[in-house]
Design a protein around this ligand. Structure first.
Ligand code: 3HC
Ligand code: NAI
Length: 692
């Protein structure tokens, strides 16, 4: 027997335990091991029931994604699942951690399922660009009804054990997974319960056969959220097979649809993004086993837009936070905004009032920085001015305990300069959250010149703990994301001054897959960020707009005019300002094609990404992709800008950049690294280094 699966017998109960760390994925060895153990248990006359359980931190979290796209190995997942389902002896799945994807499919072929209270159940396949391919779309609707099934399968989000019990996905919530399942198995034997095979149970499908609205509603609900993605729509469609077709036919159609998606470009890109996110955690010169600094209490300086959102992340993760402001008024306002945010979440049913109270109870407001004394990490989120930041760090250096991590949320200032005013630059790091900080997934972790390795490792780990996706970057203007964004913005603006309409530029990027184009995005963020009235020289479009009080959505007018539903309309005022600027430049307006808009916006970013890599400000190209997918709405089914460039072919990208260099000047000076990679026939994916 394979050692990834263990079989023991407790009198009449055989316990099959999968031990395939880290997440008990159903690799070929695991599939083989389970099948062999089952065969032994089924053949043993003294065994009357079987418990299927997992060691380690979770039940099976899915098929082994690393096997996708490789030659299939025997036994296949369907073969294993059929053997479980057809076992003449009852099999009880004992679930802890996550039962996801192929793991949930495995649980669904068991005759009974029990789980511990904090277990989660889901089909995240759509996030990998596929759909459950081993019966999930056919058995889940039979277990919980098509309405919840379509929501889980097309949405990809897991449900809790309580929801699973209510929906009929599990039979019981137990204390310990294996012991609970064993007790349950004895009950099944004592009560002589029949083996329940979901494939044969159509009782929950009847109402959906009469009323198709669950599908139309489900598809309508996801249309906006899943724009451009193929898998969620295919997944919803596959659930309808359960209703319309006999089980075996539905199973076959599901498998075929899954296979089509698996070999498609979207799934390849989405699987790349999955692994890229995990690879970003790995820092070549920071050992994985480095001891971390304990972070049990956090301090936040500044309760403004960012400070409040940052504080929420920690409170939501159960970590106490002390928030310090300069004025009582600002502190009260900041805490009130946090409370309103939590209340809104509670109103949507996602938090109970008790949870809101518990989170608010973890927040302590103060006007005295000395209250940071006991904090293990302090994050500064005060005004973006070097003199203010330096003053604050001098004080933190005096107040904070030895070993405390001192972080800044600066978006543009030099962190080495900030660190230089302390006697402990090794403890200083950048933690660049994105707005709204309680929602946006991305966290750029900025390694300054002297930042200690354990400070980096602790920050990366902590980021995950508070639900963020961290990426390590080096100190440079704009770090990774904003540095590349500024190049895109510049091209977008230039094209408008050459004759493109704002809406043409925005539409091109929206159709590419971004949630909105650059001008709409700026209207949302506020055009006055960084604008100083006294210094405004009417020389750029943004200055002209700010000078006439058009600050974006918040003033009802920016690049576009906005109605009370916040939908953008072309603005004659903006068009006049653009015409004036074009007039002053003496240029003639010209038609700009959709392709040119895309190439100039995206290739300028790719070229800058290459410069970021060559300067060592990012470890690897995939880290840049993680930044763009999680922080800027790059469509995940296109992997990220660097992956996209690799798909187009770096030689093609470079040729176009060279063309633009000739026609548009040094904005398109090709990155040396891009030229080098092309000369060696390599891809961005081939490049990796240590960042500085
Ligand atoms: N296959 C292969 N490797 C996997 C894996 C999988 N299904 N799931 C996770 N891993 C690997 C990760 O790549 C990572 O490897 P690394 O340490 O070398 O970087 C390691 O396991 C740990 O993963 P995480 O860092 O993500 O661990 P967390 O504890 O944060 O999260 C998890 C655990 C929630 C299970 C998360 O890993 C996850 O969401 N995994 C993917 C689940 C999934 O998508 N399942 C469906 C797979 S497709 C399928 O089953 C098809 C079927 O329908 C036929
Ligand atoms: P904000 O103006 O909303 O909040 C700053 C807060 O800091 C104010 O409430 C102010 O009273 C307080 N403050 C100022 N000096 C202080 C001091 N010495 N002690 C205690 N409190 C003090 O500013 P915002 O937008 O929250 O920005 C904060 C930092 O985050 C800046 O460095 C900014 O560049 C950065 N940032 C901002 C983003 C954004 O989208 N707003 C995104 C990412 C980073």
């Amino acid at each position: 027997m394979d050692k990834v699966v263990e079989l023991v017998r407790h009198d009449v109960i055989a316990v099959v335990t999968i031990n395939n760390p880290p997440v008990n994925a159903l690799s070929a060895a695991a599939r083989r091991g389970i099948l062999e153990s089952l065969n032994v248990a089924i053949a043993a006359p003294e065994v009357r029931a079987i418990v299927l359980t997992c060691g380690g931190r979770t039940f099976v979290a899915g098929a082994d994604i690393t096997e996708f796209g490789k030659p299939p190995q025997s036994p296949g997942l369907n073969e294993l699942l059929a053997a479980v389902e057809n076992s003449p002896k009852p099999i009880v799945a004992a679930i802890h951690g996550n039962a996801l994807g192929g793991g949930l499919e495995l649980a669904l072929v068991c005759h009974f399922r029990v789980a511990v209270e904090d277990a989660k159940f889901g089909f995240p396949e759509v996030k990998l660009g596929i759909l459950p391919g081993a019966g999930g779309t056919q058995r889940l609707p039979r277990a919980v009804g098509p309405e919840l099934a379509v929501k889980m399968i097309a949405g990809g989000e897991p449900i809790s054990a309580a929801e699973a019990l209510k929906g009929g996905l599990i039979d019981e919530i137990v204390q310990g997974p294996a012991s609970g399942a064993e007790a349950f198995a004895r009950k099944v034997l004592a009560e002589k319960r029949p083996l329940r095979k979901l494939r044969d149970d159509d009782s929950k499908l009847a109402s959906a056969r009469a009323d198709r609205s669950i599908f139309t509603n489900a598809v309508a609900a996801m249309t906006k959220k899943s724009r451009g993605l193929q898998a969620p729509f295919a997944a919803a469609h596959a659930v309808s097979y359960a209703i319309d077709l006999p089980f075996d036919e539905g199973l076959k159609r599901e498998g075929d649809d899954c296979m089509k998606l698996l070999v498609g470009d979207q799934s390849k890109a989405q699987r790349y993004a999955f692994f890229a996110e995990r690879t970003a955690q790995k820092i070549p010169d920071v050992p994985a086993e480095i001891p971390l600094r304990p972070v049990k209490k956090v301090g936040i300086l500044g309760a403004g837009t960012m400070g409040g959102g940052i504080a929420m992340n920690f409170a939501s993760a159960g970590i106490p936070v002390t928030i310090v402001e300069i004025k009582q008024e600002a502190l009260d306002r900041g805490l009130q905004v946090i409370k309103s945010n939590y209340d809104r979440t509670a109103a949507r049913g996602k938090l109970t009032p008790e949870q809101v109270d518990q989170r608010m109870g973890l927040l302590t407001g103060s006007l005295d920085m000395n209250d940071f004394r006991s904090c293990d990490l302090v994050i500064e989120a005060v005004f973006e001015r070097m003199d203010v930041k330096k003053g604050v760090f001098e004080k933190l250096d005096i107040i904070c305990k030895p070993g405390a991590i001192l972080a800044t949320n600066t978006s543009a200032l030099n962190i080495d300069d900030i660190a230089s005013v302390t006697k402990r630059p090794q403890d200083v790091i950048g933690l660049h959250f994105f707005s709204p900080a309680n929602i946006m997934k991305l966290l750029e972790v900025i390694r300054a010149e002297h930042t200690a390795k354990d400070v980096i490792a602790t920050s990366m780990k902590l980021a995950k703990q508070i639900g963020k996706v961290p990426v390590l970057a080096g100190v440079c203007p704009g770090f990774i994301g904003n540095r590349m964004l500024s190049k895109r913005e510049r091209q977008a603006n230039e094209m408008v001054l050459e004759g493109a309409m704002l809406s043409e530029v925005d539409r091109a990027l929206y159709d590419f897959g971004f949630p909105m184009g650059p001008f709409q995005m700026n209207d949302l963020a506020g055009l006055d960020i960084g604008w100083v009235k006294e210094e405004s020289r009417s020389s750029t479009l943004i200055e002209l707009l700010c000078e006439v009080g058009r600050f974006g959505q918040k003033t009802g007018a920016g690049y576009y005019d906005y109605d009370d539903k916040r939908s953008p309309k072309p603005s004659p005022v903006t068009e006049k300002l653009i015409d004036e600027l074009i007039g002053k430049s003496g240029k003639k307006k010209r038609q700009i094609s959709n392709d040119e808009v895309l190439e100039r916006c995206i290739y300028s970013m790719i070229n800058e990404g290459a410069k970021i890599l060559e300067e060592g400000k990012a470890i690897r190209a995939s880290d840049i992709d993680v930044v763009w997918v999680n922080g800027y709405g790059w469509p995940v089914y296109r992997g990220g800008p660097m992956y996209y460039a690799d798909q187009i072919g770096l030689a093609n990208v470079l040729a176009k950049i060279k063309e633009f260099h000739v026609s548009l000047g040094d904005d398109f000076k090709p990155a040396a690294l891009l030229e080098k990679l092309v000369a060696h026939g390599k891809k961005f994916a081939d490049f990796e280094q240590s960042p500085r």
